[in-house]
Structures are given as structure tokens and as C-alpha cells.
Design a protein around this ligand. Structure first.
Ligand SMILES: Nc1ncnc2c1ncn2[C@@H]1O[C@H](COP(=O)(O)OP(=O)(O)O)[C@@H](O)[C@H]1O
Ligand SMILES: [Mg+2]
Length: 202
């Protein structure tokens, strides 16, 4: 496809959402058409599923099925057409987050997640995944002043397993990941992000 898919990964509080606007700005200045989106969500149906997943108690497999259902709709109605039209799509979270949170965090079978990934996306993977990585305790401290959703109210151990899930995904597919040390000051994190994008042809 003519466009490129850039995804942001990392545990809650890592700094993903605060880097969306500066990355969008940088891409626009370089002449790209840009679509900024998020998961779970990004389409009307997927946003409805997001509300359920963030607010309603359910078991890990149910949660995985719902986030992959949301992803399917988001992919089919928004991301895929934008890539076909030549856009750079920037998604705040994408498929790796399911492996981190439902896989690592909730303990859903990794192979089941891989089967869902294959059914929903075929062989498509992001072109670049920026992994905002920092220790769990620092991430918890950064989101101390915002209301916690179902994931953010999980224990430190849950987020540590999620972090390990990202590591496992990166080891399987190292060429598409840019791991950014997100514990540094904001300007340094942004600089590392932009250098990572530039090194990969953006
Ligand atoms: N490099 C940084 N240093 C200090 N605080 C940061 C940094 N990056 C982001 N933050 C702050 O940490 C909090 C969580 O960032 P956010 O972008 O919402 O993370 P995420 O989307 O990954 O959950 C926000 O209050 C944000 O302003
Ligand atoms: Mg966020």
C-alpha cells in the first residue's frame, strides 16, 4: 500500500498520547497527508466497543475478542482506506497492545491472539512501531492525577507483564520496532521519536 502505518506502543502513562500532536505536526511539515487515530476505537463501532472494554468487567478472552472486533472495524473502515490513499496513519495503540495487555496482562493464550491477528489483519503489520518504554513505577507516577480506567487501576504486576509482552513482540519482529527510552525529559523523547522516524524514511 502507498501509505505508511506508524503505531505507538507502551504501558499506560508512558507518553504515547502526548506525542501524537508533535509527531503529526512534524509529518505535516514534511508534506505528508496524515490520519491520527487510536485504539481501541478509531471508528464509530470501535469507539462503542472501547467504552465497554474500558468500563465493564469481563474475562480476558472476552476482552481480546472485543478489542480485535474493534480493530477489525477500525482497520477495514479507516486505516486500510487511508493507507490506500497514501496517508501516513498514526495510531495511538495498535495490535501489539493486545499482546501486551490481553496476552501479558490478562494471560490470554498467545497463539489465540496470533490467530485473531491473522484473521483480522492477514499478514499486515505496522511499518513502524514506536515503543515508549519506561519502568512501571515511573508510568504509574505520571498518571497519578488522572482518573484510572479498568486497565490503569490494575496492579503494578499487571503492567510489568504488559511491558514484558511488548518486549516479546519486539523480539519476534525487531525490524519494525523503535524502542524509545521514555523515562527521559519530554524534548529528548520527542527527538528520539523523530530520529527513529527519519531513519526509517519519513
Ligand atoms: N517525557 C516525559 N516526562 C515527564 N512527563 C511526561 C513525559 N511524557 C509525557 N509525560 C506526562 O505523563 C503523563 C502521561 O502521558 P500520556 O501521553 O498520557 O501517556 P499514555 O498515552 O502513554 O498513557 C501526562 O501527564 C504527560 O503530560
Ligand atoms: Mg494515552
Amino acid at each position: 500500500m502507498p501509505g505508511k502505518l506508524i503505531t505507538f506502543a507502551g504501558i499506560d502513562g508512558a507518553g504515547k498520547s502526548s506525542h501524537l500532536a508533535p509527531v503529526e505536526q512534524w509529518l505535516l511539515e514534511r508534506g505528508h497527508q496524515v490520519l491520527v487515530t487510536r485504539e481501541p476505537g478509531g471508528s464509530e463501532l470501535a469507539e462503542q466497543l472501547r467504552s465497554m472494554v474500558l468500563s465493564t468487567d469481563m474475562d480476558g478472552l472476552t476482552e481480546a475478542l472485543l478489542v480485535f472486533a474493534a480493530r477489525r472495524d477500525h482497520w477495514r473502515t479507516k486505516i486500510s482506506p487511508a493507507l490506500t490513499g497514501g496517508c501516513v496513519v498514526v495510531s495511538d495503540r495498535f495490535v501489539d497492545c493486545s499482546f501486551a495487555f490481553q496476552g501479558g496482562g490478562r494471560g490470554v493464550d498467545w497463539q489465540v491472539l496470533e490467530q485473531l491477528e491473522a484473521a483480522v489483519l492477514g499478514g499486515v503489520r505496522p511499518d513502524i512501531t514506536l515503543w515508549f518504554d519506561l519502568p512501571v513505577a515511573e508510568a504509574v507516577g505520571r498518571r497519578a492525577d488522572r482518573p484510572a480506567d479498568r486497565f490503569e487501576s490494575e496492579a503494578v504486576a499487571f503492567h510489568a507483564r504488559a511491558r514484558a509482552g511488548y518486549q516479546r513482540r519486539m523480539e519476534r519482529d525487531p525490524h519494525r520496532f523503535v524502542r524509545v527510552d521514555a523515562s527521559r525529559p519530554r524534548e529528548q523523547v520527542l527527538q528520539a521519536v523523530l530520529e527513529g522516524l527519519e531513519a526509517r524514511g519519513l
